[in-house]
Design a protein around this ligand. Structure first.
Ligand code: KG4
Ligand code: ZN
Length: 354
């Protein structure tokens, strides 16, 4: 039996979990900072790292208490090494290094995106479907299409060339005056809307497996908001914040049509990649994988099993980091105590492979 204590602080959730044999959750604690960041309409890095520092010790202690274990029962400590906000990553990494030093336990630095993929291994009914698998990771910071040829063996097929899928949800949510994060709010608003009310464009990325969502966001802004005045023009970000919704616009219709266009783009490209690479199944993960329209669309577009994590494991958590770390651990990987946080880290770039 291999028991791993995992820590995740890459963005705005302070999380710790204890995972047994890569598939069983002994404990899973997530302290969300969403309320802190809602006032800024997005994650504010300095606020995030300070908040991580305040609660990390209590979150890890709670994970150990919930699992009813002490450090003598733990085989390794895993922590998200990147990609993410460096100030946030460092809080988790330094805490994990301190623990590893104090306990003498081995330490593993884990890629956050690999963690999202392994959230599927924690789904109660998941049976490993064989390889290759096509992973679609869609979150606030990432939209990646990755071919998984085996445990820890990845080929990046494509990804967003501008906004991440979750970022597009968040920006459009802000335009529509919906609460942060925009994804769940748009999904809710879309239920009362007509998905054919607007024909928003889907960027063509023919010949690649890339996505592009910034044109879609601009189309929503044009259709739904009053033109910004010359004085307000300037940084795109400030235009979004200051844009005013037109009186005749139905939030539900815009939300439903936007969600339809974005999920179409994801489903279309993923199904093309799955066919081109003979994938055995599709693994959908990341915060946006909570979206039920996306789940439906992917299942409809593919003649393959589509696996999705339980809702509680779609957004950031440490359980998924523990699951990924298990496969690294049994493959003999270990990180040195002086490893550094990585703000960006593509999955195909395997730092363990030397
Ligand atoms: O994976 P995650 O917690 O953090 C990152 O690693 O980025 O993903 C958060 C993102 C946010 O952009 C949020 O709007 C989006 O996931 N999200 C959703 C839904 N729930 C969360 N997007 C669409 N529909 C949802 N139901
Ligand atoms: Zn994430």
């Amino acid at each position: 039996m291999t028991t791993i204590l995992a820590i995740e602080t890459s963005c705005d959730e302070t999380a710790a979990a204890v995972i047994v044999d890569g598939t069983t959750i002994a404990s899973n604690i997530v302290a969300s900072q969403i309320d802190l960041h809602a006032q800024y309409g997005g994650v504010f890095p300095e606020v995030a790292s300070r908040a991580h520092a305040e609660v990390i010790s209590a979150v890890v202690a709670q994970a150990m208490t919930d699992a009813a274990l002490d450090y003598a029962d733990i085989d390794a400590i895993a922590v998200t090494q990147g990609p993410g906000l460096v100030g946030s990553l460092l809080v988790g990494i330094n805490f994990a290094k301190g623990l590893a030093l104090a306990t003498g336990l081995p330490l593993l630095g884990i890629n956050h995106l690999e963690g999202h993929i392994y959230s599927l291994w924690l789904a109660p009914d998941f049976v490993e479907p064989g390889f290759p698998l096509l992973a679609l990771i869609v979150s606030g910071g990432h939209s990646e299409l990755v071919l998984m040829r085996g445990h820890g063996a990845y080929q990046r097929l494509g990804g967003t060339i501008d906004d991440a899928a979750g970022e597009a949800f968040d920006k459009v949510g802000r335009l529509l005056g919906l609460p942060f994060p925009g994804g769940p709010a748009i999904e809710l608003a879309a239920r009362d809307g007509d998905l054919r009310a607007y024909d928003f464009p889907i960027a063509r990325t023919q010949g690649t497996y890339d996505f592009s969502f910034s044109g879609l966001k601009t189309a929503v802004m044009r259709a739904a908001t009053v033109k910004p005045t010359a004085r307000r023009k300037g940084r795109e970000h400030s235009v979004e914040r200051q844009a005013t919704l037109r009186d005749d616009v139905s939030t539900g219709d815009v939300a439903a049509s936007f969600q339809e266009a974005l999920t179409d783009a994801l489903a279309r490209t993923a199904s093309r990649a799955a066919a081109d690479f003979d994938a055995r199944a599709v693994l959908l993960s990341g915060g946006v994988s909570a979206n039920s329209r996306l789940r439906e669309k992917l299942a409809g577009a593919l003649d393959l099993p589509v696996w999705t994590p339980p809702l509680s494991l779609c957004t950031d958590n440490a359980a998924m980091i523990g699951a990924a770390a298990y496969y690294r651990y049994i493959a003999g990987h270990r990180s040195s105590l002086d490893f550094e946080a990585r703000a960006s880290w593509r999955l195909s770039e395997d730092i363990y492979a030397d």
